[in-house]
Ligand binder design. Structure first.
Ligand code: GCV
Length: 718
């Protein structure tokens, strides 16, 4: 009997043969959204006659030129030659410096800054051309990728008219990659960085990584885990990091490192890492000089300090600002920055965990040096399927706040669940902090415009690894892509991003794009519903965070336990964060918080995040809380099944290899959605003592079964 993959291949070959159409070539996902698949004859755009670029091109312009050739070769079947003389219908890459004629065109180049671009049809010295203009090499590179995206998504060369500049300065990936290649919370194989063989062996894959990042405007990468090994700062590893920096540089990507705060002791032979100790300060200054000697455009340090066991300034009775400023002083002469993480919660403080970062950092507003950004996760807990935005956004007007999103799906089913995160990030970025009145969105805090901050940044915890498809799954690539596009423009639409990713990754056929975009846009809400509906959070398995475990209540510290976050018993469920509880709401501006004090005016998506309510509490639907909880879990499962059905109808648009991988993963997702639903409902039913609502299927197995499951080899664990 034919296996599913064989069956699919057969259908494919037969269909292609019968219809006389060429079969789609098998693809393994390595090419990401940069496949440059031939444009169908009907939509083919007129070819370009040549690529015109300056003779004395920088490495970055050479990279742009090469990418344009590569892209056009794939899309149009032939790569135009590169030359320096103007000819009609050429694509011209130009900056005002190398082509003074640009000045006469009245183009709005000043508004583009260093990285913006403009692509349009113009007459240059009387010759009609497609112009890619920018103020420097990086802008040209981004312009080339924008032009290629335009063609890949069905646009025509002769109609091109694009202009864009990034709203955020630092657009970074954070790799939680250890030096032994284990990736903390990684679900796509090992670390891309082959530390052991570097710098002698420089994998060509590093260039493809840089191309992919540059194509979405990512301009920096933190190579190593925030749970940092001090060895990353030793000469041996700096040499390796320098080799990576050399590969990334032409693509506009700077290298950053996570710094372990105790490095002066761990590798420096000092007896203290006290940030006010002159010898410690000198050690970091010397270390910075050593790094810049090897990596002249080194970006700076990312630091996790006094968090989850990492050392930090508080070990010496100093503040986070003391620690950050000491490193900032070492980097400042070289132009580097410090990204100091606010992901802190104490192992002794009984305060509601989601309040602790604000309590710690808000009083430090104004104390940080100019080259420090405080890096804040999107929500106050930890990358849950849904959380409110972090109360620090808008609350530190004197400090640049750098957004930390998680691209890797630590709490969202790992790489085998299709969960498009563009919608999650958009929800956060469009949240209104009300910090300076209505319209003070998180996006405006992050891009620096709300509080007039020249330094701004967004980071995404990478989902890349050695898997051929980079992200562990094909649809996981969409999250990498969407992160980059939102980092460039935090007001971009998640739906538009999904649309363009689908077109570049699979097909421009509207029948495919419409159905697949619908899957993507519904997928995050589906995951919320089958995992943590109505504002529930952090009920995943201990340590690995795989699967449901709402029952865990016996770990050493209260906030390690899922039970801490829902507190379900006979009387009700939820965490009271109003005045009668932890009053976490007081950390938000009144314009945001006021309606949330009352459950009746709290959006249902945050109901149990802010309120503890009896099971018979009636929601707007007229259903009780218990009935609504059951309904949401059932809806999540139905949505997962719907995704699988939708994909089953899309086989004709996708090559067999990628089609099959997505299909098999959707099988896993459906199975695990059922598992989540059954395990959580079995548990909450037992806690509540409520009868199953009419027509609802009780879980097929007893609670004890779900509780007995163990996953000792789940990937990505610490
Ligand atoms: C890198 C969560 C994750 C940890 C991670 C930590 C952090 O707790 O489970 O793996 O550590 O966040 O962001 O520092």
């Amino acid at each position: 009997m034919a296996t599913p993959i064989l069956r699919h291949l057969l259908t494919f070959v037969l269909a292609a043969g019968l219809l006389g159409a060429p079969a789609l070539r098998a693809e393994d996902g390595y090419d990401l959204w940069l496949r440059y698949a031939p444009l169908p004859a009907a939509s083919a755009t007129s070819p370009a006659s040549a690529i015109v670029a300056p003779d004395n091109a920088s490495d970055t312009v050479r990279a742009a030129r090469g990418e344009l050739q590569r892209g056009l070769r794939g899309l149009l079947g032939a790569a135009p030659a590169v030359q320096s003389g103007l000819i009609a219908d050429a694509i011209v890459l130009a900056t005002p410096d190398d082509r003074p004629a640009l000045a006469g065109l009245g183009l709005p180049l000043a508004a583009l800054g260093e990285d913006g671009y403009l692509v349009r049809r113009v007459e240059l010295d009387g010759v009609p051309v497609t112009l890619v203009a920018a103020n420097g090499g990086r802008g040209l590179l981004y312009g080339v990728f924008a032009l290629l995206r335009h063609l890949q998504t069905g646009g025509r060369l002769e109609q091109v008219d694009l202009s864009s500049a990034p709203r955020v300065r630092l657009r970074l990936l954070n790799h939680w990659d250890n030096l032994d290649r284990h990736v903390e919370r990684g679900y796509a194989g090992e670390s891309l960085w082959d530390w052991w063989r570097l710098p002698d062996v420089v994998d060509p894959r590093y260039t493809d990584y840089a191309r992919a990042n540059a194509s979405v405007g990512i301009n920096g990468t933190v190579l190593n885990n925030v749970n940092a090994a001090a060895e990353a700062l030793t000469p041996r590893y700096l040499e390796k990091a320098a080799a990576l920096a050399d590969v990334f540089r032409p693509w506009g990507i700077r290298v950053y490192l996570s710094a372990r705060f105790s490095a002066p002791v761990d590798i420096g032979g000092l007896e203290t890492a006290d940030p006010l100790d002159p010898a410690v300060r000198q050690w970091w200054q010397d270390k910075a000089a050593e790094i810049y000697a090897r990596i002249p455009d080194f970006g700076g340090f990312l630091v996790k300090a006094n968090s989850e066991g990492q050392p930090g300034p508080q070990n010496y009775g100093r503040s986070h600002a003391d620690g950050a400023n000491m490193l900032a002083a070492a980097l400042a002469p070289h132009g580097g920055v410090v990204m100091w993480r606010a992901f802190v919660y104490s192992d002794t403080d009984p305060e509601d965990r989601v309040k602790q970062a604000y309590s710690e950092f808000k009083p430090l507003d104004g104390d940080f040096a100019d080259n420090v950004l405080v890096q804040v996760k999107n929500g106050p807990l930890d990358f849950q399927p849904r959380e409110p935005f972090h109360p620090l956004f808008g609350a530190m007007p004197a400090t640049p706040l750098l957004m930390e999103f998680q691209i890797t799906q630590e709490y969202l089913g790992f790489s085998t669940h299709l969960v498009y995160l563009g919608t999650l990030w958009q929800e956060v970025l469009q949240s209104d902090t009300h910090a300076a009145g209505p319209g003070s969105t998180v996006a405006r805090v992050i891009d620096g415009s709300l509080h007039d901050k020249p330094l701004s940044g967004i980071a995404g915890v990478a989902n890349t690894g050695t898997d051929r498809n980079w992200s562990g799954s094909i649809f996981g690539q969409a999250n990498w892509y969407a992160f980059g596009r939102l980092a460039w423009d935090p007001d971009a639409s998640a739906a538009d991003i999904a649309d363009e990713w689908l077109r570049m990754t699979f097909s421009n056929d509207p029948r495919f794009v419409g159905a697949a975009r619908d899957m993507m846009l519904r997928s995050r809400e589906a995951a919320v519903d089958y995992m943590t509906p109505l504002g529930l959070a952090h009920i995943m398995g201990t340590g690995h965070h795989y699967g449901p475990a709402p029952w865990v209540d016996d770990l050493g510290r209260p906030e390690w336990n899922p039970f801490y976050y829902h507190r379900a018993d006979r009387d009700g469920i939820g965490f009271d964060r109003t005045r009668s509880g932890s009053d976490a709401l007081a950390q938000y501006a009144p314009g945001y918080a006021a309606p949330l004090y009352d459950p009746a005016t709290t959006p249902e998506q945050f109901l149990l995040w802010y309120h503890r309510l009896p099971w018979d509490y009636r929601l707007a639907s007229g259903r009780t809380l218990w009935e609504e909880l059951v309904r949401h879990y059932d809806h999540g499962v139905a949505e997962a099944e719907r995704m699988r059905r939708s994909w089953a109808g899309l086989g004709e648009f996708v090559d067999p290899e990628r089609y099959e991988q997505v299909a098999r993963y959707l099988d896993i997702q459906v199975r695990e959605a059922h598992w989540w639903r059954n395990a959580c409902l079995a548990y909450f039913q037992q806690r509540s003592g409520k009868a199953w609502p009419d027509g609802v299927e009780p879980p097929p197995l007893p609670l004890e079964y779900y509780r007995s499951l163990r996953f000792p080899y789940a990937p990505g664990d610490t």
